[in-house]
Design a protein around this ligand. Sequence first.
Ligand code: COA
Length: 260
Amino acid sequence: MEFKNLIVDIQKPIAIVTVNRPKVLNALNLETVGELGAAFTMLEANPDVRAIIMTGSGEKAFVAGADITEFRGKTSPEMLPFAKKGHDVARIMESMGKPIIAAINGYALGGGCEMSMACDMRFAADTAKFGQPEILLGLIPGMGGTQRLARLVGLGIARELVYGGEQITAQRAYEIGLVNHVFPAAQLMEETKKFALKLAAKPSHALKMAKLAMNYGFDLSLDNALMVETQCFAQCWSHPDLEEGVAAFIEKRKANFHQD
Ligand code: COA
């Protein structure tokens, strides 16, 4: 599948999705948001791909937000589909079985920070900057930032970032739990690939069950969340990886997963 604003590079068993609009710091226009949805849907269906990295083109930006040039002269009803589309793509990312790591190589502002939060984990270059600067435009986050940021870092710090609109460093993002790891910029992709390959080597059905249990359970009451976990746990017995993993343990050998 060809994309106008993305590069999708499949390096079996991982894939790298690069937002490729460097002249505008990889800002997300509506077309790019749609392409992201199509790319993740395609990668979910590709059995050669077991883990995905999302990044931005060039050295300056991961994604510097929604494309502000598309905001001019619009009306409220015209902008509803934009937010809806962003939400739909984030939901595709969260509900698919394969893990997605954001390799944040520069500015992750507005929709960039929001898309990174729809990924399973965030690895950042030490030069990266994060923020929800929408307030500075007379706007609020519209791709999930008012909700996912609070779920990741807590409501108090999320309010500070959304109300204040200020950028924070990668180090600060690490301190508040927004990113998992910070690497020197030159090592970011290598380190992220290393980790993606580790995930790709895991039994993929169990990894999918773990992702679904955590993503679907997180917003539920504990009782309902534990019910989701129960179902996903029991589902592991529907795949040969479990039999293989248990046999390998008992026979004191390395498990040979991925017979699917
Ligand atoms: N939408 C559209 N274009 C954008 C953009 C965005 N979100 N972010 C950057 N660009 C464009 C700039 O307009 C500029 O285009 P030009 O070369 O035609 O003038 C180009 O990308 C480079 O950006 P520039 O502002 O010159 O780089 P900088 O290093 O001085 O500043 C930022 C970088 C990220 C701090 C600054 O571009 C910025 O604040 N961007 C908007 C961030 C934002 O508010 N995001 C949320 C949107 S809801």
